[in-house]
Design a protein around this ligand. Structure first.
Ligand code: PNS
Length: 167
């Protein structure tokens, strides 16, 4: 039987412990997981794509079955190129469901050979999102325990850089 390869796509601006939890859970079921950072058109990301890639590589440097890559265009086309048969998405709450279901069904329509698998993060991360992490960190609050240490450090650097630019 051939290896089961999963793609875990997202913006990861920045990677949170919720993402890390999903990826680690996924390594138990998939032979390989590709963290696929969207080369996005988002107007004002906090971290550049190379920064997000380097953070993910650092966090998973000791996980041999986890790869970090970037993608653009249709996710299902990228999955095909990577020979992935699974798209992993995390579901934190019912509020995530509707949007994720639409994406999953659209992706299935575009490519029948790729199945979306939803995974729930550990309870302490069910309210954690990149957006909230950025907001709290920008306003000087603590995000300790919600993001990997490297992300905490980089958030501090970003805040200091923005502060010195304003001074
Ligand atoms: O972390 P995010 O921002 O929720 O991730 C969104 C992502 C990357 C999963 C989504 O933007 C995506 O799949 N983009 C690829 C474009 C695509 O394939 N669209 C059509 C299928 S719905």
């Amino acid at each position: 039987m051939s290896d089961v390869i999963a793609v875990y796509p997202g913006s990861f601006d920045p990677l949170t412990n919720g993402h890390v939890d999903i990826i680690q859970r996924g390594t138990r079921f998939f032979d390989r997981i590709v963290i696929a950072v969207l080369l996005n058109i988002e107007k004002a990301p906090l971290f550049t794509v190379p920064e997000r890639v380097s953070i993910a590589r650092e966090v998973f440097r000791e996980w041999p079955t986890v790869e970090v890559d970037t993608f653009d265009g249709l996710l299902v086309d990228y999955a095909r190129r990577k020979k992935a048969t699974v798209i992993v998405r995390g579901l934190r709450a019912v509020s995530d469901f509707e949007f994720e279901m639409q994406r999953a069904l659209m992706n299935r329509r575009l490519n029948q050979d790729v199945e979306t698998v939803f995974m729930m993060p550990a309870e302490p991360y069910t309210y954690v999102s990149s957006r909230l992490v950025k907001e709290v960190a920008a306003l000087g609050g603590s995000v300790q325990g919600l993001v990997p240490e490297v992300v905490e450090a980089r958030l501090r650097e970003k805040k200091a850089a923005q502060h010195s630019m304003r001074a």
